[in-house]
Ligand binder design. Structure first.
Ligand code: NAD
Length: 453
């Protein structure tokens, strides 16, 4: 059993705290966000993450997990301190290390001699040295231990990792960090800090590129009349490729891929290397958002001015409440900039006043049918299972004509001309290839998938 302090109780910090407590360690988890700590102290989990409430509750009950409002002293008795604070994208594309260095400065004076500070935040090559300097302590260690969990499956991933990567200039200290995970059945990659830091960025950039690749293949399928579903099966069965991350969609997003791909391009540029492949994936991804908006415009008669569009799904993927860099929000921004009115539904019921939603001017509605009410089309942007099982007869009955008339008047078009330009039937644009096309067409709607025949 080791004494561990976790700094930053977000998606990574909270899950890591509970997982390390589950492995038998004594964990105190601290955050600067007092309302969040108050919620956790009262037994509420502030994020949507399968199994996290149960794990946190269990570990609090057995007394191995406590929460604290952040103060440097929180690390006073810790043998290991995990930094799990944000590393957002800076204006120049690089990773902004302000939160990391600030946290290090806060804890530095309070660390025990010989304590090990572990960088779990995703940080660029050289960050072990940056944290060391910010700590201002020559008698403590700094080690890299990047996190690979997927939101929505964070608890499972923390307890069943594919591998544990540890970068340390000292093998013995690296092995001590590895020993914290004894009890998990996972290979340990023990390496130097620069290599460990590079593994994390390389993984995210590879996965993002893989998604962009299959999105491009889907667009090609659309053009040549092939079916991307069958192409994915045929490709995914090749063991050198694998089926994971071969799902076409509206583009990748979330709190990691966008900032980490940009940071990797920046890290490479800073070292004189042009990482053109990853730059290409970023460009392809931005184009995918536009392509989805184009599809919505096409089924709405060519232009979106004054057109009401229903959106299903706001989070960047199913199983999480995270809206950060969600492809859905990127597509909505394009729809709004072309004059569409957007009614959006998401099963996590985000607050319409949320920092990331309010500037978009999107109207958040209470259920998926409310998003259809008077809309000319529906666009599915997140793969929530409830969308696949929607009652499309009901959807068809509320989608459609009334707003078309209004929209036509607003945009100065003759209604019959506009009606001629659209198919006449309300459409479902399924940017996740989620629903059964037959269910949609039988209900009397048009179905538009991504590269789907
Ligand atoms: P998050 O925004 O959910 O949580 C970060 C927390 O740190 C917040 O609660 C914030 O209040 C707190 N914080 C900021 N400064 C602090 C300080 N000085 N002291 C104490 N607390 C402080 O972020 P996250 O999604 O958990 O990501 C954290 C890091 O992990 C990032 O570097 C991210 O790239 C990386 N990462 C994230 C994921 C993911 O899926 N979210 C996966 C792997 C790695």
């Amino acid at each position: 059993m080791s004494r561990i302090a976790i700094i930053g109780v977000g998606y990574v910090g909270l899950t890591t705290s509970a997982a390390l407590a589950h492995l038998g360690h004594q964990v105190v988890a601290a955050d600067v966000d007092r309302p969040k700590i108050d919620l956790l102290d009262s037994g509420v989990i502030p994020i949507v993450e399968t199994g996290l409430l149960e794990l946190v509750t269990e570990q609090r009950q057995v007394g191995r997990l406590t929460f604290a409002f952040m103060a440097g002293e929180v690390v006073a008795e810790a043998e290991f301190v995990f930094l799990c604070v944000p590393t957002p994208q800076a204006g120049d594309g690089s990773a902004d290390l302000t939160y990391v260095t600030e946290a290090a400065r806060q804890i530095g004076p309070h660390l025990e001699t010989g304590a090990v500070v572990v960088n779990k935040s995703t940080v660029p090559v050289g960050s072990v040295d940056i944290v060391s300097t910010a700590l201002g302590r020559a008698d403590v260690w700094v080690v890299s231990n990047p996190e690979f969990l997927r939101e929505g499956r964070a608890v499972y991933d923390c307890l069943n990792p594919d591998r544990i990567v540890i970068g340390s200039s000292d093998r013995i200290v690296g092995r001590r960090v590895a020993a914290l995970y004894d009890g998990l059945d996972a290979p340990v990659v023990l390496t130097d800090p620069a290599s460990a830091e590079t593994v994390k960025y390389a993984c995210n950039a590879f996965l993002a590129t893989k998604v962009s690749f299959i999105n491009e293949v889907a667009n090609l399928c659309q053009a040549v009349g092939a079916d991307v579903g069958d192409v994915v099966v045929g490709m995914g069965l090749d063991r050198r490729i694998g089926a994971d991350h071969l799902k076409p969609g509206p583009g990748w997003g979330g709190s990691c891929f966008p900032k980490d791909t940009n940071a990797l391009v920046r890290i490479a540029a800073d070292h004189g290397y042009d990482f053109a492949l990853v730059r290409g994936a970023i460009v392809a991804n931005d184009a995918q958002f536009v392509r989805v908006a184009d599809r919505v415009a096409a089924v709405s008669g060519g232009d979106l001015d004054g057109v009401q569009v229903g959106v299903w799904g706001l989070t960047f993927k199913a199983g999480t409440d995270d809206l950060r860099d969600s492809p859905s929000l990127a597509v909505i921004a394009h729809l709004r900039s072309r004059g569409a009115r957007v009614l959006a539904y998401d099963p996590t019921h985000p607050d319409p006043g949320h920092d990331l939603l309010a500037p978009l001017g999107v109207e958040v509605v209470a259920d998926l049918y409310a998003a259809c009410d008077g809309s000319e089309c529906i666009v599915i942007l997140t793969e929530w299972p409830e969308f696949a099982t929607a009652d499309f007869t009901r959807v068809a009955s509320v989608l459609g004509a009334p707003v078309t008339a209004t929209a036509a008047l607003r945009s100065g078009l003759d209604l019959s001309e506009r009606d001629q330009r659209r198919s006449g039937r309300p459409a479902i644009v399924d940017a996740r290839n989620l629903v059964d096309p037959a269910a949609v067409t039988t209900a009397g709607c048009r179905y538009e998938g991504i590269g789907r025949r």
